[in-house]
Design a protein around this ligand. Structure first.
Ligand code: ZN
Length: 255
């Protein structure tokens, strides 16, 4: 979307009503979510952030928040033009989505572009290393999978799989420490385990008690799903989990 289109759409949103929500989302997605406000534009930046929150709310719940329209009442055509010019001067736009090998990565957090690109690259590389049934977790409906980075304020768990939207949400502050348990790549493969189950079902012969591995796979009365996702993850990083070798071997034979 070029700045002229952003101005035109922005002006059409001045009389915002709920039927304009999709146009609004594609418009606000072009604006930065974080960083420094341009000089003298702090109030406008607060509006932009509030609009982003409203867009996130809509994406997460389908609710259209009242602030969307209310904030547009502060603007007219010329101030919308000024808003686009001051926040979206050429070259200033922040990259917030990329597609690597069919997987879409989205930055819906306030983390910097540099970190977003780095974490996406690490996860794309992890996808690349998956084989056999682990690979199926990506290849099933391959082009639908989205990896969405969320701010800690919006997401408590380190990562979670949202089956209805086919999205893996990753908290933007989860650090990558190689293949360590509980860190970025491990959590990601665990969530892919949930995606595998959602797309393919549990393999015949799987029942949780026979495949307990990590403490997490059998605590807090968690269902078979958690046990499966943990077995899915430890069997991918099997060289790190020699204590579960027997269980991993039996698990792999189910596929
Ligand atoms: Zn889980």
């Amino acid at each position: 979307m070029d700045t002229q289109a952003l101005k035109t759409i922005g002006c059409s949103l001045l009389n915002f009503d709920d039927s304009m929500i999709e146009a609004f989302i594609s418009w606000i997605d072009q604006f930065p979510r974080s960083g420094r406000a341009p000089k003298g534009k702090k109030t406008e930046f607060d509006h932009i952030k509030a609009w982003h929150s409203a867009a996130d709310l809509y994406r997460n719940t389908g609710l259209i928040g009242q602030p969307i329209g209310a904030l547009f009442t502060y603007y007219d055509q010329s101030s919308i033009h000024a808003l686009v010019d001051s926040f979206l001067a050429a070259g200033k736009t922040k990259k917030e989505s990329l597609v690597i090998e069919g997987v879409t990565f989205l930055n819906r957090s306030s983390m910097a572009e540099k970190r977003f690109l780095a974490l996406s690259k690490i996860l794309a590389e992890r996808c690349h290393q998956l084989t056999e049934f682990h690979r199926t977790a990506i290849d099933a409906d391959k082009n639908d999978l989205k990896v969405v980075f969320k701010s800690p304020a919006d997401q408590k768990a380190r990562a979670t799989y949202k089956s209805l939207d086919d999205e893996i949400w990753v908290r933007s502050d989860v650090d990558d420490h190689g293949e360590l348990y509980g860190h970025l790549q491990y959590c990601f493969v665990h969530e892919l385990g949930h995606r595998y189950e959602y797309k393919m079902g549990l393999p015949t012969g799987f029942y949780d008690r026979a495949f307990y591995t990590t403490k997490y796979s059998y605590t807090e009365g968690l269902a078979a799903s958690e046990c499966f996702a943990e077995a899915f993850a430890v069997s991918h990083f099997d060289h790190k989990f020699s204590e579960y070798t027997d269980t991993i071997q039996r698990f792999k034979r189910l596929f």
